[in-house]
Design a protein around this ligand. Structure first.
Ligand SMILES: [Cu+2]
Length: 657
C-alpha cells in the first residue's frame, strides 16, 4: 500500500500533467525533473511569476476608533471585507481576498491586516464586524470550496443543527451560503467570552440570510451576555465585541479567524494581522533593539528597522484568484465514494493537508526589501496552512540544499515574549503559527549586496530531521524561496545594542506542576473503505500506553483547576509533526521523549527556552509542556495545521468548574 507521502508525490505528478492541456507550460517533452518538482496548484504556473519585483509591504499601525472609559481603553471597530489586492507582481491580475480594516477608514483594508499596537496592562477592546456582504447588503459566498460534511459551523442546520456534523443521503457540493466568522487573538491571555470560541461565530447582518439558518454559533449568545454584564457593551447583529486585557508579557501576537470547521478557508482567504504588545517589565527600553516599527501618525517615508514578516504559501489561478482544492481527489487521487454514498466516511472536499506552490510574504509573492547596512528586528510568523518553514539567509537562492547560511539569525523571542538570552542560529525552524523575534545584522555589507531568505522545509508534511537527508527540501525554484534583501546606503547611525551584548528581561519560570496530564495526537483512516485515509486527525487522552481517540463533541477531558500548574504530556501516534496550540496560556517546553521511553528525554531546543503558545510535537514522541491555567472558562487546544484543526484535531477544555 502506498504511504501518504508516496500518494502525495503521485498527486504531484498528476497535478503537473493536468497543467499541460491548458497551455500554461511550453509544449514538448518536459524534463522529468521539472515534473517531479512541480507542486500541484491552480492554473497559474509558479515558474511564470517573476520574483523580487515588488517591495515588501510593511503593514502600518491600525487606526484606533476612540479611547474610551476615561482614556483607559483603546477601542477599535474592525470589519472583515472582500476586496481586490495586487498579490502577484505588477502585470499579473489582482486577487480577490478578505481581510480586516478599520470600519471608518476605507484605505486601511489590507491583507495581511494592519498591525494592532498594544501596550501591556492597557486594555484593547475591538468590535469585530463580519461585513462579508456585497454593495446591496446581500451576503457574499466563500471564495473557496467549503466542505459541508465536516463537523463544522453548519449555519443551514439552524439553531438545532449548527456546530454539528450533518448527515447526507447523497454527496453534497460545496456550501455557498453566508460565511461564519469569529476572531481569535492568538497568544492572547483572553477571558473566555473574548477568546473567539470556535462555536461563537456569527454570520454577516446580510439582508438575504435564508430562512431557518442559524445566524450565530452555539456559544454566541452566552458569551454576548457575559460580555455585556462585564463590560456594559452589547453585541449588535453581525458583530462581536472582545476585550483584551493585555495583562501578559510583551510579545508578538496575531489575530485570525477561528470558525468551527472553516478556519483553513477563512484564514487562507486572507483575514489575519499582527498584534504587537509592548511595554511592562518584560520588554526592553526604547532604543535597545532596532526600531522603529510603524506607529500611528508616522510621516510618509518613515524608515522602519523593526518589521513583522508573515510567511504564507498560496496557489493561484491564471485569473489571479486564490486556488484551494475543490475535491479530496486533489490530495491523494481518491475519487470517491464520499460521504453521502455507499456508506463512505470520507469527506468529498476536505484535504488532510494543503501546500501552496508560491510564497507570499506580507501579502505579496516573493517580495524584495531594501535594507541598510545595520541591524533589523524581524518578527517572523509562519502563517501557512500546513507548511513548516526552515528559514535561512543565503547568497544564492538556488544553492544546493542544505545551503550555507550567509548571515545568522539572533533569535530573541518566541510566542510568549523574550527568551532568557539571545540565541544565534543559522536556520529558523517554524511550525504553523509559531513566531520568531530575531535580529539580523546587515552591518558591514557592501551597498548592492543581494541576499535571499530561503525555505528548506519540505513541500509535504514535516516529520522532523534534516533537509535532503530526512526529507526533500522545498522546491528551490518556488517554495524554497521566500524574499530578497538588497543592501542600500546607510541613512542614519545604528545605535541599537549588538545582539551578542544584549541582556534580555529577567525570565521567571513557572512553579512546580501539581498535575501530569496525558493526551494523545492521532490520525484515523476510513472505517468503511479499505486503504483509504486519513479520514481525520484527532486528539485524545491515554489509557495506559494506548491512545483514546476523542472528537470535538466528546465530553471535556482536560479540566484544570483554576490557577493549577499542569504538565501536559502529548504523545504523537501519527507519522507527522503537529504544532499544538493551547489557548489562554503561555507554556514552557519541558522535554521530549520517545513514546517507547527508550533513551533519555531531550531538553527543549535552544530557541524553545522562553514562553510559547504553540509547540512542535514530533512523531513517536511525547512532548511535555507546563502551563498555569489562571483564567476560568471554556477554551480550546488544537493542532495548528488548520486542515487538521478543521477536521477533529481540536478539543474544548475547561478551566475550573
Ligand atoms: Cu496536526
Amino acid at each position: 500500500m502506498l504511504t501518504r507521502r508516496q500518494l502525495l508525490k503521485a498527486g504531484a505528478i498528476t497535478g503537473a500533467t493536468l497543467l499541460l492541456p491548458g497551455g500554461l507550460r511550453p509544449t514538448g517533452i518536459l524534463p522529468s525533473a521539472v515534473l517531479a518538482a512541480a507542486i500541484p496548484g491552480g492554473t497559474l504556473d509558479p515558474t511564470t511569476v517573476d520574483k523580487y519585483v515588488a517591495p515588501l509591504v510593511i503593514p502600518p499601525a491600525m487606526p484606533r476608533t476612540a479611547s474610551i472609559k476615561n482614556n483607559s481603553i483603546d477601542y477599535y471597530v474592525l470589519a472583515v471585507r472582500q476586496f481586490l489586492q495586487q498579490i502577484l507582481p505588477p502585470g499579473q491580475p489582482a486577487t480577490t481576498v478578505w481581510s480586516y480594516g478599520s470600519h471608518q477608514a476605507g484605505g486601511t483594508f489590507n491583507y495581511p491586516a494592519f498591525t494592532i499596537e498594544a501596550t501591556v496592562d492597557r486594555p484593547v477592546r475591538v468590535k469585530w464586524v463580519n461585513e462579508l456582504v456585497d454593495g446591496s447588503g446581500n451576503y457574499l459566498p466563500h471564495l473557496l470550496p467549503v466542505d459541508p460534511t465536516l463537523h463544522w459551523a453548519n449555519p443551514p442546520g439552524g439553531p438545532g443543527g449548527r456546530d454539528m456534523r450533518p448527515t447526507f443521503t447523497s454527496t453534497p457540493g460545496a456550501y455557498t451560503g453566508p460565511v461564519p466568522m469569529v476572531v481569535h487573538l492568538h497568544g492572547g491571555h483572553s477571558t473566555e467570552e473574548s477568546d473567539g470560541y470556535t462555536e461563537a461565530w456569527y454570520l454577516p447582518a446580510a439582508k438575504n440570510i435564508p430562512a431557518g439558518y442559524a445566524r450565530v454559533g452555539s456559544f454566541y449568545q452566552e458569551f454576548r451576555s457575559t460580555f455585556q454584564a462585564k463590560w456594559g457593551q452589547s453585541w449588535e447583529p453581525g458583530s462581536a465585541v472582545f476585550q483584551y486585557e493585555n495583562d501578559q508579557r510583551a510579545s508578538t501576537l496575531w489575530y485570525h479567524d477561528h470558525s468551527l470547521g472553516m478556519t483553513r478557508l477563512n484564514v487562507y482567504a486572507g483575514p489575519a494581522g499582527f498584534y504587537n504588545l509592548r511595554g511592562g517589565s518584560d520588554d526592553l527600553p526604547a532604543g535597545v533593539l532596532p526600531g522603529p516599527a510603524p506607529q500611528l501618525g508616522d510621516p510618509p517615508g518613515t524608515k522602519y528597522y523593526e518589521i513583522p514578516i508573515a510567511i504564507q504559501d498560496r496557489s493561484f489561478n491564471s485569473d489571479g484568484s486564490l486556488f484551494y482544492p475543490a475535491s479530496r481527489e486533489f490530495f491523494d487521487g481518491f475519487g470517491g465514494p464520499y460521504i453521502g454514498s455507499y456508506g463512505s466516511d470520507i469527506s468529498p472536499i476536505w484535504n488532510p493537508e494543503f501546500f501552496g506552490n508560491m510564497t507570499v510574504v506580507n501579502g505579496r509573492t516573493w517580495p524584495v526589501l531594501q535594507v541598510e547596512p545595520r541591524r533589523y528586528r524581524l518578527r517572523f510568523l509562519n502563517g501557512c496552512n500546513s507548511r513548516f518553514l526552515i528559514l535561512k539567509i543565503v547568497s544564492n537562492p538556488l544553492a544546493r540544499r542544505p545551503a550555507r547560511a550567509a548571515l545568522p539569525f539572533w533569535q530573541i523571542g518566541t510566542e510568549g515574549g523574550f527568551l532568557p538570552a539571545p540565541v544565534q542560529l543559522d536556520a529558523l525552524l517554524m511550525g504553523l503559527a509559531e513566531r520568531a523575534d530575531v535580529i539580523v545584522d546587515f552591518s558591514g555589507l557592501k551597498v548592492g549586496t543581494e541576499l535571499y531568505l530561503i525555505n528548506e522545509a519540505p513541500d509535504e508534511p514535516f516529520g522532523g530531521g534534516v533537509p535532503e537527508r530526512d526529507f526533500p527540501a522545498a522546491d528551490a525554484g518556488s517554495t524554497g524561496q521566500v524574499m530578497k534583501f538588497v543592501v542600500v546606503p546607510l541613512a542614519s547611525m545604528d545605535t541599537s545594542v549588538p545582539p551578542h551584548q544584549l541582556t534580555l528581561p529577567a525570565f521567571t519560570p513557572l512553579g512546580t506542576a501539581t498535575v501530569n496530564r496525558q493526551v494523545s495526537l492521532n490520525e484515523v483512516d476510513s472505517a468503511t473503505l479499505e486503504g483509504v485515509g486519513p479520514r481525520a486527525a484527532l486528539l485524545g487522552t491515554m489509557s495506559g500506553d494506548t491512545p483514546v481517540h476523542l472528537e470535538w463533541d466528546d465530553a471535556i477531558t482536560e479540566n484544570p483547576a483554576l490557577n493549577a500548574t499542569e504538565i501536559w504530556e502529548m504523545s504523537n501516534f501519527t507519522a507527522d509533526a503537529h504544532p499544538i496550540h493551547i489557548h489562554e496560556v503561555m507554556f514552557q517546553v519541558i522535554d521530549r521523549e520517545r513514546i517507547d521511553r527508550r533513551g533519555r528525554p531531550r531538553a527543549p531546543e535552544s530557541w524553545e527556552t522562553g514562553y510559547k503558545d504553540t509547540v512542535i510535537a514530533y512523531p513517536d514522541e511525547i512532548t511535555r509542556v507546563k502551563a498555569k491555567f489562571d483564567l476560568p472558562g471554556l477554551y480550546v487546544w488544537h493542532c495548528h495545521i488548520v486542515e487538521h484543526e478543521d477536521n477533529e484535531m481540536m478539543r474544548p477544555y475547561r478551566v475550573g468548574p
